[in-house]
Write a protein that binds this ligand. Structure first.
Ligand code: FNR
Length: 371
């Protein structure tokens, strides 16, 4: 169908399922085990309701913000998703270009199909980018990757901590992943990979399950980039991240691709905000320790709920993959235009003229269980 018939981010998923290669669809859409967490991610937003304010002159509304001190036109960023070329020959560059054009930030994955430098070279001068790190068993390799990222101007290092072993994504495993040209799959490279169990397993064997809290000091010693842990799932770990000098955490279950029955990021946000206030006197959003959420974000209302509850911004993954896999760069334009229009309308409807006016009182999160 023509792009003019696409009305929301969900629509891209249905199209992508039809038009993508079966293997690529399997890799992008799959999640762990019975995919309960994957479904819960979006469903969890349905438990939060608005308490809008009226009569506030909402002629002009502005949803721009800053993320880790960097300007963003929206309180959302493009999160890291591996193997961008499975959906489109330009792979991650579709995301890089759209991010530049629409004033948002892209998080570049370790396992991008395009090389890191190719992505950095495709960026506009001054374009802000983040980097997602999978920590290699060989720390010298990790150090080289991190310091290269910093040298090229990356403004935030997101260390993935929810994948000491890759989740079983059965839809993907059934596809017997074989890249015709391995360099097409990932230039990050992992030698001696077993390609018999799906794309995810094939590319991830280098990831170190031995990573622990004591490694964070080392990270701080090798880079000045803000460090963020991606994949925190309870307040206890958010507190430890804060105490370890991290710049923030992403409350995430990896799009439901790791531990099935992990809770959604939006659910975890509530207990993190409550406990860090109680135990460290922090209030959110907070410049020094920023909270992010990803998983199941499909509407501007989802983003607004997360911001109201204390998140600085949210990550969006699959919808953008589906948008460019189905329609190329125009798909990305459309996806971001949809979000733009949704922000404008919903900011007016809740009575918030800017991000600061999206306050906790504007949502009823009493259906979220507090730990
Ligand atoms: C991911 N995600 C991910 N995360 C990460 O830290 N490193 C990675 O390489 C990948 N790769 C990846 C591939 C694909 C195809 C998907 C769908 C996801 C997880 C990602 O950053 C994010 O947590 C989720 O995608 C958010 O959920 P939604 O927006 O896809 O529902």
């Amino acid at each position: 169908p023509p792009l003019s018939e696409i009305l929301n981010l969900h629509d891209f998923e249905a199209i992508a399922k039809d038009v993508m290669h079966e293997k690529s669809w399997a890799y992008y859409s799959s999640a762990a085990d019975d995919e309960i967490t994957n479904r819960e991610n979006h469903a969890a937003f349905h438990r939060i309701w608005f308490r809008p304010r009226i009569l506030r002159n909402v002629n002009k509304v502005d949803w721009s913000t800053t993320i880790l001190g960097q300007k963003s036109k929206m309180p959302l960023y493009i999160t890291a998703t591996a193997l961008g070329k499975l959906g489109h020959p330009d792979g991650e560059l579709n995301l890089t270009r759209a991010a530049a054009k629409h004033g948002i930030i892209q998080m570049i994955p370790t396992l991008a199909s395009c090389s890191f430098d190719e992505i950095m070279d495709a960026a506009e001068p001054g374009q802000v980018q983040f980097f997602q790190l999978y920590v290699n068993k060989d720390r010298e390799i990790t150090k080289r990757i991190v310091q290269h990222a910093e040298k090229r101007g990356i403004k935030g290092l997101f260390i993935t901590v929810d994948a000491p072993q890759l989740g079983r994504r059965e839809k993907d495993m059934r596809q017997k992943f074989e890249a015709e040209d391995p360099s097409e799959v990932s230039k990050a490279g992992a030698d001696g990979v077993d390609r018999s169990q799906g794309a995810a397993r094939a590319i991830s064997s280098f990831i170190d399950p031995g990573l622990d809290w004591s490694d964070l000091k080392w990270f701080k010693s090798i880079t000045k980039m803000p460090l963020i842990l991606k994949g925190v799932q309870c307040w206890e770990d958010a507190l430890e991240a804060y105490d370890s000098g991290m710049a923030g955490v992403v409350l995430s279950n990896h799009g439901g691709r790791q531990l099935d029955f992990a809770r959604s990021g939006i659910e975890v946000l509530v207990e993190v905000v409550t406990n860090l206030k109680e135990k460290r006197g922090l209030s959110f959003p907070n410049e020094k320790f920023q909270l992010f959420v990803d998983g199941g974000v499909r509407r501007a209302t989802d983003v607004i709920k997360a911001v109201a509850l204390g998140a600085t911004a949210v990550g969006v993954g699959r919808p953008f993959l589906y948008a460019y896999s189905s329609y190329g760069p125009e798909g990305m334009d459309k996806a971001l235009q949809i979000l733009h229009d949704e922000f404008e309308m919903n900011m007016r409807l809740i009575g918030a003229r800017n991000i600061k006016e999206i306050v906790p009182e504007m949502v009823d999160a009493s259906n979220i269980h507090l730990h």
